[in-house]
Design a protein around this ligand. Structure first.
Ligand SMILES: NC(=O)c1ccc[n+]([C@@H]2O[C@H](COP(=O)([O-])OP(=O)(O)OC[C@H]3O[C@@H](n4cnc5c(N)ncnc54)[C@H](O)[C@@H]3O)[C@@H](O)[C@H]2O)c1
Length: 330
């Protein structure tokens, strides 16, 4: 039984706490968050202990692993402390917003051969996994293109935008990782963004929507279509296109019922709300991989290097927007 501490009891902390408590080989022992109401609410929901300070979990010798779901600007420090305390780590994306800081932290901790799994939950989405597996079996022949559509239902608050690190590092980071997961290494990035004339995005110098075009080392091309707003909900789709056909993973709806009436045909209900609903099975599968990799004492399916590689692509996209050029990476 793996004994786990959840660091951060916010949005993503609540998702992970549920995965931990529902896993047959894991136990949620601590919930740590400086906001007492958040810590106590989540801890009491799952019968865990709570603390305002993660040090209590680091100091507990019975804790095998920590899940870091604290704000991005605390990740590196939490990671250092966790590795010092000899805990296994499941770390939320992005590792940090600054590549130099990421490299310095890794140089400091790598001699301890730390176990760090990166929270790129979408790799564990059953449909995205099926697409990858069927491509690998040769079902659509040589892969030529990948199209990822990723739109959030509503924009973050202005206060969040100013500290998020920008759309590419905060949001598109998942899609950069998905492109690497489906296509392998990416070698060229070109990006355009727009604030859609919205004050919050203009003031934060951020994008409300963006389109990124990339080339993989294999020669395949990829597009990522992002938006921070979407009138019809959380739009999460992808298509891999090859010489012999294409494989598409579509949006999820709560039921498969389709309505045909005088005003609409093949009409489905609304798509699933946001990441919490849409990716709950992926979060659970991600945590299962974490438990299995720790137990089997092997590398996790997605690690620190993947987190770094996705950030490299985010930086390339920022550079492309700033210069209007195609940016080579790797
Ligand atoms: N994988 C995903 O799909 C996904 C989704 C959402 C967020 N995230 C990532 O998870 C992280 C947290 O995002 P969120 O949306 O849950 O934020 P949030 O603001 O909802 O929650 C963060 C929580 O961490 C707490 N906290 C702050 N400092 C802390 C500390 N030193 N120790 C312990 N707790 C501390 C805050 O009080 C807050 O309750 C971010 O890095 C974000 O990028 C990932």
């Amino acid at each position: 039984m793996l004994r786990i501490a959840m660091l951060g009891a916010g949005r993503v902390g609540q998702v992970h706490a549920r995965s931990i408590s529902e896993h047959p080989d894991a136990e949620l022992v601590w919930v740590c968050d400086p906001i007492e109401a958040a810590a106590t609410a989540l801890a009491s929901k799952y019968g865990a202990q709570w603390s305002l300070d993660p040090e209590d979990a680091f100091a507990d010798p019975s804790i095998d692993a920590v899940v870091i779901g604290t704000p991005t600007n605390t990740h590196i420090e939490m990671l250092r402390r966790a590795v010092d305390a000899d805990k296994r780590v499941l770390l939320e994306k992005p590792i940090d917003l600054d590549l130099a800081k990421i490299d310095a932290a890794w140089a400091e901790i790598q001699h301890r051969a730390p176990f760090v799994m990166l929270g790129f939950c979408r790799r564990f989405d059953p449909s995205f996994q099926e697409v990858k597996e069927r491509v690998a079996k040769g079902e659509i022949g040589m892969v030529r293109a990948l199209r990822i559509t990723s739109r959030d239902p509503q924009p973050p608050l202005a206060a969040y935008l100013s500290v998020s690190g920008g759309m590419f590092k905060d949001m598109t980071i998942h899609d950069f990782d998905m492109a690497r997961y489906q296509l392998g290494d990416i070698v060229e990035v070109q990006a355009m963004g727009s604030d859609n004339g919205l004050d919050d995005f203009r003031e934060a110098k951020d994008h409300a929507q963006a389109i990124i075009v990339m080339r993989a080392a294999s020669g395949a091309l990829a597009t990522i279509v992002n938006s921070r707003t979407c009138a019809y909900g959380y739009d999460q789709r992808l298509e891999v296109y090859g010489d012999l056909g294409s494989l598409e993973a579509g949006n999820w709806t709560p039921t498969t019922v389709r309505a045909n009436t005088a005003t609409e045909t093949e009409a489905a209900g609304p798509i699933l709300g946001f990441f919490l609903e849409r990716y709950m099975p992926a979060f659970k599968a991600e945590f299962d991989e974490f438990v299995r990799a720790v137990t089997e004492e092997r590398e996790p399916a997605v690690g620190f290097a993947d987190g770094r590689a996705a950030l490299v692509l985010a930086e390339a996209a920022n550079e492309s927007v700033a210069t209007g050029r195609v940016v080579r990476v790797g």
